[in-house]
Ligand binder design. Sequence first.
Ligand SMILES: Cc1ncc(COP(=O)(O)O)c(C=O)c1O
Length: 386
Amino acid sequence: MKLSKRSQSLTQSAIRSASSRCNQIGGINLGQGICDVPIDNAVKEAAYHAIQDNHNLYSDYAGVEQLREAIAHKLQNFNAINVKDAREIMVGHGATGAYVSAAMVLFNPGDEVILFEPFYGYHKNILALQGVDVHPVSIDLETFEIDWQGLEQAITNNTRAIVICTPCNPSGKVFTQEELTRIGGLAKQHDLWIITDEMYEYITYPGHEHFSIASLEEFAPRTITLSGMSKTYNMTGWRLGYAHGPVAVIEKMGLLQDLLYVCPATPLQHAAVAAFQLPESYYENMRAEYSEKRDIVLNAMEDLNLTATAPQGAYYIMADVTSLGYKNDVDAVQGILEGAKVACVPGSAFYANPTENKQWMRICYSVDKEKVAQAMDNMKKCLKKS
Ligand SMILES: Cc1ncc(COP(=O)(O)O)c(C=O)c1O
């Protein structure tokens, strides 16, 4: 029996395969961006209540009203985005669902979209599934500089959008206001959409602050801002994310979501309101915890003489594996998994041309601190021996 052409391109991602192998050998998973720290009790309580209170039915396709209000409040206060109308916001099936809806509403097959490279794999793969051509523009992993000339050259008559990820998975770059203004200026000049994935917006390190391009009135009418509950509140399995943008786009995204998934889980949407009520100290503690874990990994990299630029945000480090003596990144990751029982991801998974980018591996330090420290000890023992 034949399958569709589209399904033939579907394979398990490098991240998921590393995770399965890691589970098989009982290793520490620094591959997948999953935080196994429990969610806050207030949010758990809210989930029990939401179920007890019988919030059992489909919600509005754009999400539960109270949750959209909480998101509007957060967008105004944290992101400094001027929300003028509730219809500018939709709750999605994770930020992933919102990104799928945005891509399907904005692009046609054959359109071109610019991604900064290294990029989050889903950003490319969802576009590719739709027949959209991805044009990568590089970010230097040692300096976090954008290739501005490359960006201007990548824009053609078929370009429809620039996708930004800030703080960035996998590089850890936090785009500055100046950089975003320059990108916005190009988008305006060439009449492009901007999709900005701000999933890690609350995870920034001293000296770096998150900035939302949609807070600049000049660019808001062409910007779709995505974020979600997964990383900030350790709720990856709840599948709740959201999008903000011009009403005309968000309404279509909501209609598309209605068609694809009807709505995100209603009781969990009700419960998620509690997450937005957590005190400022919640975010401060989270940042402090991630700073410590970042330093544990950076110290280990230094000890091993591996080049790795300190992330400015998010919870990933790209480390240069060249000096380890393996043939390439895939072999290095394999060697570390078997020798140290630690899963990382080959850096080539984050490039449009994997064969030319075999120098890096991505280490994710989202799991609890003891596991991160143990993983670094294992790595040091294994790599210093070999
Ligand atoms: C940049 C980025 N966006 C989105 C997601 C997924 O978000 P969600 O769980 O809300 O679908 C991830 C998960 O790793 C991510 O790294």
